[in-house]
Design a protein around this ligand. Structure first.
Ligand SMILES: Cc1cc2nc3c(=O)[nH]c(=O)nc-3n(C[C@H](O)[C@H](O)[C@H](O)COP(=O)(O)OP(=O)(O)OC[C@H]3O[C@@H](n4cnc5c(N)ncnc54)[C@H](O)[C@@H]3O)c2cc1C
Length: 402
């Protein structure tokens, strides 16, 4: 009998295993993919922006120095609107912070997490193992397929971390709702001629925001929101045509766009599970709530799901808890997380609707909004701290302690 089993070993599942394990607590991680097979980095790598709350959690895990060595800090965010006068600058030093966030390649982060999982005595990693079934009585029984054979594990609590399309959530009959914004994001890494140290750019255009996140050196990650048809067209362009279109939209703040990586496009959607728990099974990460990438918040939000559970489960002997005690923990988890999720969704939706509406009135308000943001320190502070995940109160992990 395991204490905690986690279904899904993406970034959130790996982090959950590391946070939940301690001597005397047995944790199993079940992942469909072969985690040793990493993709190539550099110009074609995918990356993720880490907020201050995530940094604190990695500090608590003792992993931050390894992660920081491979991450690019964002110390300045330059916000502008194409063809408008409004400009806002967010500076880490104005908030007494070392950085507003950090950008790291997904593969680099996942390698660090995987090594920590593999070297832990308390985590049993089952990769190339596909979830098949879940049944709950006074424990959870999880069935998975590995090497063409069905295996079963029994566990006191299951954490469901198998992503936005979560097969486990479906097996538990938990409904989910998706909101489609009718747009897409085109993602690509680019190399520029005049990189600006530690500076990220957010440029609002008639179709939506275009973000350029520093990856270190000449490399930037471009996340470009467009209407569906233009996104498909832009994704299909060759390197030279894509560079020219991006240059035209972004301008010359980083000099010339000299090289571009592969492009891919994702629909701008968010998906939310109707419930975050069912008896002994708790949803975390994208299985619970997958935000659109424009908000750049899903991973950070998922880490705070884990921080919340860490606090609720601390010092409990999980295999000894009866159904009622676990149901109580599960309900508390849901209440706490729904409160924060609503706040983050409002923040992310606000970004999408404020900056993608075509009405002339909105255009004026948008320009005024950017200018006003610069003039109103309290509003700007709220924007910074919501984006960094620091407006949600502190638990031990968010203060950097296990
Ligand atoms: C383009 C883009 C940019 C982003 N940028 C940011 C950002 O800047 N900041 C941020 O906070 N977030 C960002 N996100 C979101 C972030 O990438 C995700 O929230 C994060 O990866 C966590 O996902 P997860 O582990 O919950 O789910 P996933 O990454 O989807 O992982 C789910 C795992 O479950 C496994 N699985 C699925 N089915 C089964 C099964 N049947 N059996 C066993 N295992 C299974 C999968 O193989 C996978 O490993 C971005 C997302 C995108 C798409």
């Amino acid at each position: 009998m395991r204490d905690i089993s986690i279904i899904g070993g993406g970034l959130i599942g790996l982090c959950a295993a590391l946070v939940m394990q301690h001597p005397g607590r047995r944790v199993t991680l079940v992942e469909a993919a072969d985690l040793e097979r990493q993709q190539s980095g550099g110009l074609n790598a995918r990356s993720i922006a880490l907020s201050a709350s995530s940094v604190q959690i990695f500090r608590a895990l003792g992993l931050w120095s390894q992660i920081a060595a491979q991450a690019a800090p964002i110390r300045r965010i330059h916000v502008s609107a194409r063809g408008r006068w409004g400009v806002t600058r967010l500076e880490a030093k104005d908030y007494d912070l070392d950085a507003l966030g950090y950008v790291i390649e997904n593969n680099a982060l996942s390698r660090i997490l995987l090594t920590a999982v593999e070297t832990s005595d308390n985590i049993q990693l089952e990769d190339q193992a596909e979830f098949e079934s879940v049944a709950q009585t006074r424990k959870v029984e999880i069935g998975y397929r590995k090497n063409k054979r069905i295996k079963k594990i029994e566990t006191a609590i299951a954490l469901v971390a198998d992503g936005a399309r979560s097969p486990t959530r479906s097996a538990l009959d938990i409904e989910h709702h998706s909101v489609d914004y009718g747009q897409a994001v085109v993602i690509s890494n680019v190399a520029v001629s005049q990189p600006k140290t530690d500076t990220a750019y957010e440029r609002f255009t008639a179709q939506g925001p275009l973000a350029m996140l520093p990856l270190g050196g000449r490399l930037y990650a471009c996340v470009w929101t467009l209407n569906l048809q233009p996104a498909a067209t832009i994704c299909a362009l060759d390197d030279a045509e894509f560079s020219a279109q991006l240059q035209d939209c972004f301008g010359y703040r980083l000099g010339l766009i000299e090289d571009v990586g592969q492009r891919f496009s994702l629909p701008l959607q968010r998906t939310r599970a109707e419930s975050l728990q069912q008896r002994r099974c708790l949803l975390i990460g994208n299985a619970a709530n997958a935000l659109h990438p424009v908000a750049g918040q899903s991973f950070n939000l998922g880490l705070r799901d884990i921080a919340c559970l860490y606090e609720l489960l601390a010092a409990r002997e999980l295999t000894k808890l009866d159904n009622e005690s676990i149901a109580e923990i599960a309900r508390e988890y849901e209440i706490l997380r729904l409160r924060e999720q609503r706040q983050v969704i409002r923040y992310g939706d606000g970004l999408v609707t404020l900056f993608s509406n075509e009405l002339p009135l909105f255009n004026q308000a948008r320009a005024a909004g950017l200018g006003l943001l610069d003039l109103l320190p309290a509003l700007k502070t709220q924007a910074v701290f919501t984006g960094m995940g620091m407006t949600f109160g502190g638990n031990r992990l968010l203060r950097g302690h296990l």
